[in-house]
Write a protein that binds this ligand. Structure first.
Ligand SMILES: C[S@@+](CC[C@H](N)C(=O)[O-])C[C@H]1O[C@@H](n2cnc3c(N)ncnc32)[C@H](O)[C@@H]1O
Length: 266
């Protein structure tokens, strides 16, 4: 921080801004577009994967706020505001939903106002914090969420930023320990099983760009985050195949290298 406003570093790419670029947003800088273009030249399907991830968010939140009756959401690694942010999807179904957003990117913080447009019956809050400090996240989220009631923990496209799998699992576990039975974990991340060679090549270059590295994982490793939970059907699958909306002509949509699932805490 310098003058009280968050310091935006435009000398290296940032995950939230590159993601925003792939999603067609305007909240990014030349350095992000260069890294995004380099990645996309090698692996053009990254754009489909980013869109598929947002589609997954919409269908998961619609299910949680609807059929599952969840009214509290903790969305860590929110990203820059886009269409259909978690609170918009949840509050369309259940206007009294309460949502806490968490990210550690300074640009996301400056745009957080767009996430604070709650219905009068519900609430939204934004917390500037790091996933590596789960206790800080839980303390700040408790201003808005009642941890005596079920909470949907959402970790979409974020745990791949933690290179150490065991550390990532223990952080997810710590967050899940703080929520009661009947809570949910929604998690997705990049994989390298659909287009292995090109994903690895594109990711290696991205990780050399000065951005915080990202580590695609196998679907089995992603499933490991749900250990101890009841994994809902259809399990951990490529995101477009998680309870897809009816397809024109029927059948399942093609797989992309972004897998995820939804689990319920027993
Ligand atoms: C790929 S984007 C995903 C955004 C959104 N969840 C989605 O699925 O569209 C990853 C987000 O995680 C955030 N992030 C990465 N590491 C983080 C950390 N250690 N703590 C908090 N946020 C982090 C980034 O700033 C970025 O906004």
């Amino acid at each position: 921080m310098t003058d009280g406003s968050p310091q935006i570093d435009t000398s290296v790419p940032h995950s939230a801004r590159v993601w925003n670029y792939w999603l067609g947003g305007k909240d990014n800088y030349p350095v992000d577009r260069a890294a995004g273009d380099q990645f996309r030249e090698i692996f053009p399907e990254i754009v489909d994967a980013a869109r598929a991830s947002r589609g997954f968010l919409t269908r998961v939140v619609r299910f949680l706020a609807g059929e599952a009756g969840i009214r509290q959401f903790l969305d860590v690694g929110t990203g820059l505001p886009t269409v259909d942010n978690t609170h918009e999807v949840a509050q369309r179904v259940a206007p009294d939903s309460r949502i806490v957003y968490v990210d550690n990117d300074p640009l996301v913080l400056t745009h957080a106002r767009a996430l604070l447009t709650s219905t009068p019956q519900g609430a939204t809050d934004y917390v500037d914090a790091d996933l590596r400090e789960p206790d800080q996240i839980l303390a700040a989220a408790a201003r808005t969420l009642d941890f005596g009631q079920p909470v949907a923990l959402m970790l979409l496209g974020i745990v791949g930023h933690m290179g150490d799998y065991d550390q990532a699992r223990s952080i997810v576990r710590r967050l899940l320990d703080a929520v009661p039975s009947g809570s949910y974990l929604a998690l997705n991340d990049g994989t390298n099983v659909v287009n292995r060679a090109v994903v690895e090549q594109a990711q290696e270059l991205y990780n050399q760009s000065g951005a915080i590295p990202y580590h695609p994982r196998s679907p089995e490793q992603i499933a490991g985050f749900f250990e101890g939970l009841e994994l809902l059907e259809p399990g951990v699958v490529s995101c477009p195949r998680w309870r897809p909306d009816p397809q024109p002509g029927g059948g399942l949509p093609p797989e992309v290298d972004m897998f995820g699932g939804l689990g319920r805490k027993p």
